[in-house]
Design a protein around this ligand. Sequence first.
Ligand SMILES: Cc1cc2nc3c(=O)[nH]c(=O)nc-3n(C[C@H](O)[C@H](O)[C@H](O)COP(=O)(O)O)c2cc1C
Length: 309
Amino acid sequence: MKKFPKLKSKIILAPMHDTTNLAFRLMCKEYGAALVSTELLSANAIAKNNKAVLRLAVTDKSEKPNVIQLFSQNTSMLVKAAKRLEKDFDIIDFNIGCPSERIMQQGSGGALLRRKNKIKEIVKKVSSAIKIPFTVKMRVGFDRDNSLEIAKICEEQGASAITIHARTVLQGYSGHSDWEIIKKIKQNLKIPVIGNGDIWNGADAKKMLEETGCDYVMVGRAAIGNPFIFKAINHFLETGEVITQNKDERISDYFEYIKLAKKFKIFNLFDAKTKAQEFTKGFEGSSKFRKELNTAKSFGVIKKLLQEF
Ligand SMILES: Cc1cc2nc3c(=O)[nH]c(=O)nc-3n(C[C@H](O)[C@H](O)[C@H](O)COP(=O)(O)O)c2cc1C
């Protein structure tokens, strides 16, 4: 087992499809995220040198320690992809929780939670094939909680850390992340445990750290359109004080994001629109703004709308 690095803060950005690209990750990092990760990427595609997927694996030294998340149910493809990626990344994370039909139809993501022997084989083979930490991000089970058994298998087979989103796959986002399960896993494992699910602010993060004893907390939905959340949570953990951003500050972050996206050549109009919606969500006038944004045919129009917003 390769040791998971000691991180500079307690708060980690969750991998999110179509969200955590390099520009977004760097902003979260700048605001104090301890660790950031790519979205889940197909190990099969990477092993087969698929250029479109490899473009999503673009990274930069300023985001180090850097993490790439993979999905697959094919052990040899995972080994091949992991060996190819280990020179560019510090950690390879394996997804066994994604509830998306597209992923589960392939027997990957959350579907693997029903196949503990397959998980055992994958974690053993991949973690021993590479020199960098191999971590696992899981939900608590497919339709019921069998997380402790799976988490222990992962630890025994060489995983360096476990992230647990404490819902079943079938739950989707309904109900709550059951932090009692995170606590139980932390009490029974030696490797770092990263708690995940339903962290919206500093008070939630503090509560999860205290109630579960987990080593780190991972934030997903609350970071969408709001990289500043990492500064706010870290500040709350240090001082107990709540800090927020005003509309102008948030819009200025949006333009910073666009600058980075252009710098790393990942800018596209669709993403610029989506992010404009996300970064303005919750501020006064945002629904009217969203309607106008839908018709924007160039970045110049988005810029103008934001200046008027
Ligand atoms: C838009 C979106 C995309 C996601 N994509 C991924 C992904 O690529 N890989 C992954 O492991 N989890 C993915 N997740 C799940 C999150 O990483 C996280 O586990 C989940 O949202 C619970 O955390 P939260 O309550 O802080 O949002 C995604 C979630 C959202 C909302």
